[in-house]
Write a protein that binds this ligand. Structure first.
Ligand code: MBD
Ligand code: FE
Length: 288
């Protein structure tokens, strides 16, 4: 394969990934009820956002070329389907901080753009769907789901999704089987689970679209540390959306999405007598 065809393939994947993230988001939003518009709230939030931008323009003496570059870039974000990516990378961490500030249980963090519903359902002890030759270090992830008062949460749902060893998410990169590295596990009567998967690689957000243009122009990097995504839920308890990370990843300190918290670092150990690694983590849910 020549360098050019490799670039073309990576580029196609980035564009698909943005379009799919936009489509997935809108599909899920249409399922949710609309509710009535609180005009006072909209006026306050939109008014403050517009004022903040006006203040920056005046304080920084924004030029017309800069204003036009901004306009062109905003148009491109939409064309590339990268609003979910942009918002989840640069703003969602603050939304999550506000939303989970009252919690006493396990820490959450951002969902990101690559969650989908309807993954295969597996028992408490199972192997996530993967290819026969799935690259990467085998990882056994075990733990318990319980309430803040210590009650084991029998039948809790553990939804897990993550990138493969090359940093690609199924349903967002072509050529990956539909449910690869995505599943919902059902905890046993003691809230316990044992999930077989592979360790994901550090992940570079797609750099071929508008977000990549911004990253390049600003001289930033595009990296997120390797991470596993989860949604943990049980009736009567607050759902936790979270991610877990691996110690020693150089991007734990400078995650482009600002989503790493010290409580979310795993402590993987070499598997005894087997290949790969074992990591243990318990999820503690707040009552509703
Ligand atoms: C990801 O995999 C991710 O988790 C986030 C937050 C943004 C882009 C890609
Ligand atoms: Fe991710």
């Amino acid at each position: 394969m020549t360098d050019t065809s490799f670039d073309a393939e990576v580029s196609a994947r980035a564009a698909d990934s943005g379009a799919n993230a936009t489509e997935q988001f809108l599909e899920r939003l249409h399922g949710a009820s609309g509710g009535t518009v609180d005009h006072a709230r909209v006026s306050r939030l939109a008014g403050r956002a517009i004022q903040a931008l006006n203040d920056i323009i005046v304080e920084e003496k924004l030029t017309y070329p800069e204003y036009n570059a901004l306009k062109a870039w905003l148009i491109k974000v939409g064309e590339d389907g990268e609003w979910p990516l942009f918002l989840d990378v640069w703003l969602e961490h603050s939304v999550e901080e506000v939303a989970s500030a009252h919690r006493k249980g396990s820490k959450g963090t951002i969902e990101g753009p690559y969650y989908v519903t309807g993954a295969p359902v597996l028992p408490s002890d199972g192997t996530i769907p993967m290819r026969d030759d799935e690259p990467g270090t085998p990882l056994l992830f075990t733990g318990q789901v319980r309430a803040v008062d210590g009650t084991p949460l029998s039948g809790a749902k553990i939804e897990l999704w993550h990138a493969d060893d090359l940093g690609f998410y199924s349903q967002f990169a072509p050529g990956v089987p539909e449910w690869n590295l995505r599943a919902t596990f059902i905890a046993d009567e003691n809230g316990d689970f044992a999930i077989h998967t592979v360790r994901p690689a550090p992940y570079q957000i797609p750099t071929e679209g508008a977000c990549g243009v911004l990253i390049d122009a600003a001289g930033w990097h595009a990296w997120r540390p390797a991470h596993l995504h989860f949604k943990i839920s049980h009736p009567g308890y607050e759902l936790i959306t979270t991610q877990l990370y691996f110690p020693g990843d150089p991007h734990n300190e400078d995650d482009i999405a600002g989503a790493v918290k010290p409580e979310l670092l795993l402590d993987p150990r070499p598997a005894e007598g087997g290949s790969g690694e074992v990591a243990v983590y318990d999820f503690v849910l707040d009552p509703e």
